[in-house]
Design a protein around this ligand. Structure first.
Ligand SMILES: Nc1ncnc2c1ncn2[C@@H]1O[C@H](COP(=O)(O)OP(=O)(O)OP(=O)(O)O)[C@@H](O)[C@H]1O
Length: 753
């Protein structure tokens, strides 16, 4: 009895859905905004949700301000009602009405303005209205540049689509688990993925089919269409139908017609909600820049962190190695706030754990540009750019990790005096970035290079990391295309040496890719190193605060390096670190170099490897300063106490040695002769014995009884002929043979003579 009832209920639901979809389609069609129109400024609405439209009376939805005023399915509305999303943001108000009626959209809006919902809702609604089910396969692909961003978008799909029956997949991570994924990927309706990972399915998954695709979404579209992803994106575009709805979103939208042609947009709606805004960055963001010489950057960063122990901060550095190095070193020096790091060399699982942890705690996250785009982390107070961003776009995305969705935030950028051209770019009217210059104050700057050097002595592997961080930083500048901003030739060899010393390195690492450019002979570089090491031991601070005179020097009271009182109840416990490393019992700040030994594990003795294949006489000796000494010079040093060479003593010694040698030679020859003779005799004896045995065999066959008795009596004994020893006639076989041999030789010699 139950079955028919259940079947009946399912049928009822289906019919209700069909009815709802018909009404929605009619509403969308009747109330759609004219192409190319923007929503009017929001009027103070009553706040009450409008009643569902009766047939034939469809309201225009292009002007509404709340989600529940839009022609959305009941399931989506229910999910939104249970979420914090009630009022639409500017980009959502502008994009949703066009996207809901099936138009292609090219949307641009400031960071943190809610672009994700502006494409998630239309995707869910489209598939719902198309009555998409598991058997229909892939209906929508959402491409984004990083796995973390994909996971974040996937979470928003889960939130808005929780009452729907679609299946969505977050296709991220490395190859692990791909076999299992291949079995299910065709039954997923929405794929949220990075381009590379999707191409992998096109290449490897049997029958992977996207021929029914309804929608394609590119988040961070300018980056997805950039040359970094070109090959993969072209491969994807060649595999999906051209007729589809396409949505492109980013805070820094692509303006390249070529790019847009690649994605085959059909009469797209260009929605740039903040085009007329005064700034390209959020209004709630305070932005600062500081001119910091290369060799003071690490000190400046440390001083900043020490003065903001109650702030959640993201620190951007230009390479994985720098992130690793600064994180490891600062961790050892313990600034008094939990530290985290994130870069592309980590597994997706670890990255996710770090993001989740950082979301919940007051800490400092050192990161590469992996986290620069799209990542939505709660309540970030500061974004610090230690290394100059590659472009104004990257700058906008980096600072956009704070001041999200009407929240306040601050950003600080360190610029080397050699990179001041970047400031010009940011301050240019078309960039619309209101940035203030702050003058660093020498008295607020803590010098930690010495402490770092002490850490490196204790942890040689960190020294290696430091060297690589140094080289990759310089390489990153060298490889930048914008030579107005990034030009290694503007830095001197002294600056490189000072920078290396600021990282605690005892010598400046070799910089192969620029050595010929800079024309710095190795000797000069060594001299600079020595000078630098001497000067770095002084705690004197020299800050080159010379700023381009055109730039306004804002020396306001709100000093960036001014200490703040710690926020009460700030969570200083680094939960993730507990798993990754043993818990440290105390928090040290301002660690002195001599205390560093206590902070970590004792230094392990390095295993000494002996090269057994080294040719003789090639041992290299070193003086106290580590310079290699020529072999003869080292001998000369050892005998230097005897100024005169005694020739007579030398010849006497040689004569003695020669005599000893001859004696030894004589003895050796005799020994050798003896052993040869013995061997020869042994051989002959063996032969003879064999012969005797064969003779005995033949005698046995023919000989008499008396002979046999006689032989057996003699068996094992040899009668020695002409023996001197009368008492015992039994001798060893070897002696008999020797006698016989001598006899034979005599006879032979007689015969020959
Ligand atoms: N209508 C809304 N009401 C309240 N909060 C919202 C709304 N829309 C989005 N948000 C919140 O705003 C934050 C930023 O949203 P989102 O990540 O979509 O921004 P974005 O524009 O994509 O940023 P980015 O350019 O950095 O990628 C999120 O925490 C999101 O939950």
């Amino acid at each position: 009895m139950r079955r028919p009832q259940r079947r009946g209920a399912a049928k009822q639901t289906r019919l209700r859905e069909v009815d709802e979809i018909r009404l929605l389609n009619e509403w969308i069609e009747a109330g759609k905004p004219p192409p190319g129109t923007k929503p009017p400024p929001p009027s103070k609405s009553s706040g009450a949700a409008p009643a569902p439209p009766a047939t034939g009376e469809y309201t225009e939805y292009g002007a509404c301000t709340r989600f529940d005023e839009l022609p959305l399915s009941q399931k989506t509305k229910d999910a939104l009602r249970k979420s914090p999303f009630k009022e639409m943001s500017d980009i959502q108000r502008a994009a949703l009405p066009h996207a809901l009626c099936g138009r292609d959209v090219l949307g641009a809006a400031k960071t943190g303005s809610g672009k994700t919902l502006a494409f998630v809702i239309p995707v869910i609604e489209k598939l719902y209205r198309e009555r998409w089910g598991p058997e229909d396969g892939v209906g929508c692909i959402v491409l984004c540049p990083t796995t973390d961003l994909a996971s974040q978008i996937f979470d928003v799909f889960n939130l808005v689509g929780k009452f729907h029956n679609f299946s969505a997949g977050n296709i991220v991570g490395k190859r692990k688990g791909i076999e299992q994924e291949k079995e299910h990927v065709n039954s997923l309706n929405i794929l949220v993925c990075t381009p590379g990972r999707l191409v992998q399915h096109f290449d490897e998954t049997v029958n992977f089919d996207c021929s029914q695709l309804q929608m394609l979404v590119l988040d961070e579209a300018d980056q997805i269409l950039d040359h970094g992803f070109k090959k993969q994106v072209d491969a994807i575009l060649s595999q999906i139908p051209k007729v589809r709805q396409t949505l492109l979103f980013s805070a820094t939208q692509t303006k390249s017609v070529k790019d847009l042609a690649r994605v085959s947009l059909r009469d797209p709606e260009y929605i740039s909600v903040h085009e007329e805004a005064r700034t390209a960055t959020p209004d709630t963001l305070e932005q600062y820049a500081m001119i910091v010489p290369l060799e003071q950057k690490v000190n400046m960063l440390w001083s900043f962190i020490k003065r903001h122990l109650n702030s959640k901060t993201i620190v951007f550095l230009s390479s994985v190695k720098q992130v690793k190095f600064v994180f490891e070193i600062f961790k050892k020096l313990r600034p008094g706030i939990p530290l985290k790091c994130m870069h592309g060399r980590m597994t997706h699982v670890v990255q996710q754990a770090i993001v989740a942890d950082f979301n919940e705690s007051i800490s400092v996250l050192f990161s590469t540009d992996l986290t620069a785009r799209g990542l939505d982390i709660k309540n970030v107070d500061w974004v610090v750019q230690v290394d100059c961003p590659e472009s104004t776009d990257i700058y906008i995305h980096r600072v956009g990790r704070t001041a999200r969705y009407n929240k306040k935030g601050k950003s600080l950028m360190f610029l080397c005096p050699e990179e001041e051209a970047m400031l010009e770019k940011l301050k240019a009217t078309e960039s619309k970035i209101p940035i203030h210059i702050r003058k660093p104050k020498a008295e607020q700057l803590e010098q930690i290079s010495q402490n770092i050097a002490s850490v490196l002595v204790k942890f040689p592997n960190l020294q290696q990391l430091g060297k690589r961080a140094f080289v990759t930083y310089l390489k990153s500048i060298y490889l930048q295309k914008d030579k107005k901003v990034f030009d290694l030739n503007r830095f001197s060899a002294e600056q490189f040496a000072a920078y290396a010393a600021s990282l605690g390195l005892p010598v400046t690492p070799t910089i192969r890719f620029i050595s010929h450019n800079k024309n710095v002979p190795k000797k000069d570089m060594d001299d600079i190193d020595k000078k630098q090491m001497k000067s770095s031991s002084k705690s004197e601070v020299i800050i080159n605060s010379q700023v381009n005179s055109d730039l306004t020097l804002d020396d306001g009271d709100d000093d960036i390096l001014y200490p703040k009182k710690p926020r009460s109840g700030a969570n200083m416990d680094d939960g993730l670190d507990d798993i990754l490393r043993p818990k440290e019992t105390a928090t040290y700040t301002n660690t002195k170099p001599e205390e560093v030994a206590e902070l970590g594990k004792p230094l392990k003795k390095k295993k000494l490897k002996i090269n057994v294949h080294r040719p003789l006489g090639t041992r290299v000796k070193y003086d106290d300063e580590g310079n290699a000494i020529p072999p003869l010079a080292s001998i000369a040093e050892e005998v230097a106490s005897e100024p005169v060479v005694h020739m007579d003593k030398i010849s006497q010694r040689y004569a003695e040695m020669l005599r000893e040698m001859r004696e030894h030679d004589k003895e050796d020859k005799l020994e050798h002769k003896k052993s040869l003779r013995e061997k020869k005799l042994q051989k002959k004896l063996k032969l003879k014995r064999k012969r005797q045995e064969t003779d005995a065999g033949s005698d046995e066959d023919s000989g008499s009884e008396s002979d046999r008795v006689r032989d057996s009596a003699n068996k094992g004994k040899k009668r020695y002929l002409n023996s001197d020893d009368e008492g015992d006639n039994t001798v060893k076989d070897g002696d008999v043979l020797a006698q016989q041999e001598a006899l034979a030789l005599k006879l032979l010699s007689k015969m020959h003579s």
